[in-house]
Design a protein. Structure first.
Length: 134
């Protein structure tokens, strides 16, 4: 009789939604995160919200702050209404400083904010923190 093969259960990777209208930024995020997380990437917050409305699995969201189609405040409010469990699991990334039109919003969410350019370790650390402490 052949030896019994041990049964191994692999845990699914956490699923991250990444939203950025800059193709280069999406490629960088994909390269940085794809070995550790399942990713769904979107160039538009509207498309990301449509996807999130399908009750898809999602452990965290990484979102740029500036989009032509929608303000970050509107995006966050729609996300909060659509998927309230994700409202504490959003990381915002921006190349702008606090003088931007979203300054008040960014101050409110400063503990989940990364300024571009950021180090991969900073992104990964914040992402793990957000997932572990919803």
């Amino acid at each position: 009789m052949p030896p019994e093969v041990p049964h191994t259960t692999t845990m699914p990777l956490p699923t991250i939604i990444v939203i950025d209208d800059e193709p280069l930024m999406l490629r960088v995020m994909t390269r940085t995160l794809s070995t550790t997380f399942e990713l769904a990437t979107f160039a538009s917050p509207v498309d990301a919200l449509l996807h999130l409305g399908t009750a898809c699995a999602c452990d965290a969201v990484i979102s740029d702050v500036h989009f032509p189609a929608m303000t970050v405040e509107v995006f966050y409010e729609r996300l909060r209404l659509l998927r309230p469990e994700l409202s504490s699991r959003v990381i915002f990334v921006t190349g702008s400083d606090a003088s931007s039109e979203a300054a008040d919003f960014l101050k409110e969410h400063a503990d989940h904010l990364l300024l571009k350019p950021f180090r991969a370790d900073d992104l990964l650390g914040l992402l793990r923190q957000v997932i572990a402490n919803p």
